[in-house]
Design a protein around this ligand. Structure first.
Ligand code: HEM
Length: 151
């Protein structure tokens, strides 16, 4: 099949999956995380996190897979890591994706058990990790728009 003929569909899938991942994080930090800080209790964040973590993780993987296909259409893979050039934004996205996977894996293994136990330290770690994950996640749409407009 000609990949170009499904380019708009790939972008649609990419953007929809992206909204699921980034949207979930923006809701997390503007809703349940505020409650966590206000009441000094990890429960609101933990409950929301439990509800969204799997669907959002699957969406993140779908976004990355569709992203690789779109990237392949836009620029030759040999130019993906020309950092500083518009095509290098793709490499920057791939590096960001790897960084996000490392931070998420660490949070799953180290932070979630502390969250389950509750207490002051759990609140502190939860706030720090939620903010780091959200800031990293916001990097994707920013780089995506830069690719879109050739910056
Ligand atoms: C890790 C692998 C990824 C690669 C290689 C990649 C690649 C791309 C490319 C090539 C575009 C330009 C689309 C176009 O031709 O218009 C794009 C746009 C975009 N990407 Fe990604 N992406 C990746 C991951 C993600 C993730 C994980 C998210 C969000 C969770 C995301 C969010 C976006 C958004 C919002 C756009 C703007 C859509 C547009 O205006 O065209 N990307 N990406």
């Amino acid at each position: 099949m000609d990949l170009w003929s499904i380019y708009p569909i790939l972008v649609l899938v990419h953007v929809l999956a992206a909204t699921m991942w980034v949207g979930a994080h923006l809701i997390l930090v503007t809703g349940p995380l505020i409650k966590t800080i206000k009441f000094n209790d990890v429960k609101p964040t933990l409950e929301f996190y439990r509800a969204f973590s799997w669907p959002a993780t699957i969406a993140l993987i779908v976004a990355a897979l569709a992203g690789i296909l779109i990237a392949y259409l836009r620029y030759p893979p040999s130019s993906w890591f020309d950092f500083g050039e518009p095509s290098g934004r793709i490499g920057e996205k791939i590096v960001l994706f790897a960084a996000l996977l490392i931070v998420s894996a660490y949070a799953h293994i180290k932070v979630v058990p502390v969250m389950r136990a509750g207490g002051e330290r759990a609140v502190r770690l939860t706030v720090i990790y939620a903010i780091i994950a959200t800031l990293l996640s916001l990097g994707f749409p920013v780089l995506g728009i830069m690719i879109r407009f050739g910056w």
